[in-house]
Design a protein. Structure first.
Length: 445
């Protein structure tokens, strides 16, 4: 016997009722709400652990790799292997997610991430031959990227199904968890490295997902969201949609806006503003901390007032921050307080852009004539946004590094700011055109 459990919503951002199948012996008539809460809490904690795992590489992995004769270019390639894998595989898991199963993907991704993170701690035991070290590191990073693609795609889809009325809030909480992981990951990694060498940080971080497998298995819904796998024609309809691609590009730029500083900010702070190297880390906290706080606000407010105004404002604020972070030569001379405030503005704008974008993309998918209901589109949209997220993580440091190789930091920041402002104006124009022709894809209160 099957029992249907539904989650109702009148919001345009809602996903259709979530169907959960109980076993023959189960006599429950309603899925306990606390199971939904605990399932989502585990997803948030996994997002936190995942972010920690990727950010702990910075303080000591380059040193370990350099001791084995690995060049800076190859170290960058090793680090980039995982997000590159996410960019490629996220659409694949989004497309086949309905066949694989959201619940199954989440459990398998947790296992893959736990094992691959733990094994990465053993690479320091490899001999002095650089080729073997590089090959094993890249293979493990590719496994981590595969697990990450599965995790993001499945966790976004599951969270949307559990809380269809509050997609913005759900995305905000997931981003806060991830932001906290990125913020404290380097400090945690450095401390564990001092205590137990290269192995200990990865074993500790890798053990967390493995320990969470049991509670995740218990608290996840008993079966997957009943969806149909989209036809190739429906997927092409999504990928050919200009509004869908436009908002996906907003996601890329929002993440790239923070990643831009990875390879460019420290030299500017030390050489131009004369900030001691030991204190540059404090300046680096301004953007991510404000991003986390803004994500908490942007989520519920976009659920109430609509997604598109927040995305537009976020891009314009972010672009303006880039003009001030240097600042541009025609605005003022470099000042530390202005740089910190501007970096915080960039974090604020990035949160306003990224957090509401997922709900906006779901609404765009809903408005397209694909022949499928929204729950069938959710995993595909989750794959697209996961791919965009990692594309931003990859492109930000790369674009920043290339620009500053040929130009100074201030000019490079102005150019990137112009790109953000142009994208903000493009989204504004798109919104006005949609309203003109009567296509209201954004959420409304």
């Amino acid at each position: 016997m099957e029992e249907n459990y539904t989650i109702q919503s009148k919001s345009e951002t809602e996903v259709k009722p979530l169907l959960l199948k109980s076993s023959v012996s189960a006599q429950r008539k309603n899925l306990p709400r606390f199971k939904n809460v605990l399932a989502f809490a585990v997803c948030c904690f996994l997002n936190f652990v995942l972010s920690c795992a990727f950010s702990i590489l910075g303080p000591f992995f380059p040193i370990e790799a350099a001791q084995k004769g690995v060049s800076s270019t190859l170290i960058g390639s090793i680090v980039s292997a995982s997000p590159f894998c996410v960019v490629i595989l996220s659409p694949f898991f989004g497309y086949y997610g309905s066949s694989i199963g959201v619940r199954f993907m989440l459990l398998i991704s947790t296992l893959v991430l736990g094992v691959s993170f733990s094994l990465f701690g053993l690479v320091s035991k490899i001999g002095e031959e650089g080729g073997t070290f590089i090959a094993i590191c890249i293979i493990l990073r590719l496994f981590q990227g595969t697990g990450t693609a599965m995790f993001f795609t499945s966790s976004y889809a599951l969270s949307t199904a559990l809380y269809p009325k509050n997609i913005g809030l759900v995305m905000g909480l997931l981003e806060v968890a991830g932001g906290m992981g990125f913020a404290i990951g380097p400090a945690v990694g450095s401390g564990l490295y001092e205590l137990g060498g290269f192995l200990l940080p990865f074993v500790v971080i890798g053990a967390c997902p493995l320990f969470l497998l049991v509670p995740l298995y218990i608290f996840l819904p008993d079966s997957d969201i009943p969806v149909q796998r989209l036809s190739s024609r429906a997927v092409c309809t999504l990928l050919r949609s200009f509004p869908m691609l436009c908002i996906a590009l907003c996601n890329v730029l929002a993440l790239a806006a923070l990643g831009f500083f990875t390879s460019t900010f420290s030299p500017f702070l030390v050489n131009k503003l004369h900030v001691p190297v030991a204190r540059t880390g404090l300046v680096f906290l301004a953007g991510p901390v404000v991003y986390m706080l803004a994500a908490l606000v942007a989520g519920p407010l976009s659920d109430k007032f609509g997604t598109r105004p927040f995305i537009i404002c976020g891009l314009l604020v972010c672009g303006s921050g880039y003009f001030l972070v240097g600042p541009a030569d025609f605005i003022a001379s470099p000042r530390l307080w202005l740089t910190i405030v501007s970096f915080a503005l960039i974090g604020f704008g990035a949160a306003l852009t990224f957090v509401p974008a997922y709900a906006d993309m779901l609404n765009i998918a809903k408005s397209l004539d694909t022949g499928y209901n929204l729950e069938s589109l959710t995993t595909v949209v989750s794959g697209i946004i996961s791919s965009a997220l990692s594309c931003g993580d990859l492109s930000g440091p790369f674009v920043g590094g290339v620009l500053t190789d040929y130009l100074d930091f201030q000019t490079s920041a102005v150019i990137f700011g112009e790109i953000l402002l142009a994208q903000g104006l493009l989204v504004l124009l798109l919104t006005l055109v949609e309203r003109r022709v009567g296509k209201h894809t954004e959420t409304s209160p």
